[in-house]
Design a protein around this ligand. Sequence first.
Ligand code: ATP
Length: 425
Amino acid sequence: MAPLPGARCGFVGHHGCDVSVSPRSRSPLWRSLSARVEAAAPAKVPARERGSPVDALGPRQAPAAAELRPALALERVSHRYKAKVAVDDVSLHIASGEIVCLVGPSGCGKSTLLRLAAGLERLQQGTVAIAGKTIADPSASLPPERRGIGLVFQDFALFPHLTVLDNVRFGLNKLPPATQKERALAALKQVGMEAYAAAYPDALSGGQQQRVALARAMAPQPAVLLLDEPFSGLDTRLRETIRDETLHVLKQSGAATLVVTHDPEEAMFLADRIALMRDGRMVQVGKPVDLYTKPVCIFAASFFGEVNRLRGTVRQGRVETPVGSVPAARHADGTAVDVLIRPEGLRLSADPAAGPDGRLPYLARVEAARLLGRTSLVHLRVSDGQGGIHLHSRMPGQFLPEEDSHVSVTLDPQQAFVFSASDPM
Ligand SMILES: Nc1ncnc2c1ncn2[C@@H]1O[C@H](COP(=O)(O)OP(=O)(O)OP(=O)(O)O)[C@@H](O)[C@H]1O
């Protein structure tokens, strides 16, 4: 996967990540808009994707390859808040049935991009298209409620004076009453909340409210679902359960889904593709495995997990480090480089014997070892001739060598990334 045109990993610009504006803080305008949007008329999902009335909320067929035009397409979108550039020339396509997670540090422009897709922010530059039809450009814009999108926000924005059933029915008001009820109950069933149809939102837990908000967004069968930090109001344990359930529900819905999250692990868990932003720009878009194993820059490598960072110089297409040699064919001889190694890329053995090829192993002194549950984190010191370097290794299961003992280190080159030291961060 090549870096995106114009991707600037190290773009440390005048529009830095300064103030975070969460949807919660945008009320009351935000709330009234979100209420309007969530009350949107049934969306224009192509008939073939809707299914029969019987399977209205059942699994949809995956679209044939020829039909893979993006359900949602943002083209060269930019947005400023006065002098602040929040989104800078971003393009993103999402296919029907695909889940794309938009990640990046606080203030990098994720929510702004989602709000532009939703029509909650006037488009200043670029275009937004749904199912191949341009619905917004700087001269004209379809209002949010006519875009055929479902929205779920961080605070769920349920109507407190309506029952769960009526909350979900709200967006179906153009349908005959009997169909409204049938469709709303089916949506509630899909999220496991049909037993709570008569309850009011304040009698529900956070996780239950999130499920109702998802049912409400999905009940009109929108072609596009936009979720802004949908799990961040939930405690850690509940969040894992709810996002697992949500993944299955979203996959069944067949909608093109954009999920904003600041949590890289959540993105890895949910996404078919991840779009990583920084300072308003798109840094890298790809499958989670590609972002993790083929990061295009130091920022991308560091965003998805801890990395050990070593300095080195390229000699004959490789960099020698105190824990092993790393291929660096893309860099000219003599280039000063940063080598980033994931902790799980340093495999340890408590038996520091020579390898089968008779070569002496790379050795490290154990400074501490801690069991973290499924893995053990081992703090190491390796010699670099200048006082030593501190590194972390993450080993599967229980691996707790004695403090001050020596272990041998084998470096997995697949988990080591080399970037020119002169590249921006
Ligand atoms: N209504 C606004 N007026 C002025 N500046 C804004 C407004 N909304 C957002 N910004 C600024 O635009 C930038 C991008 O904000 P945005 O909310 O899109 O980022 P984000 O990545 O979603 O952040 P977070 O993860 O903290 O929600 C930030 O610097 C923010 O301060």
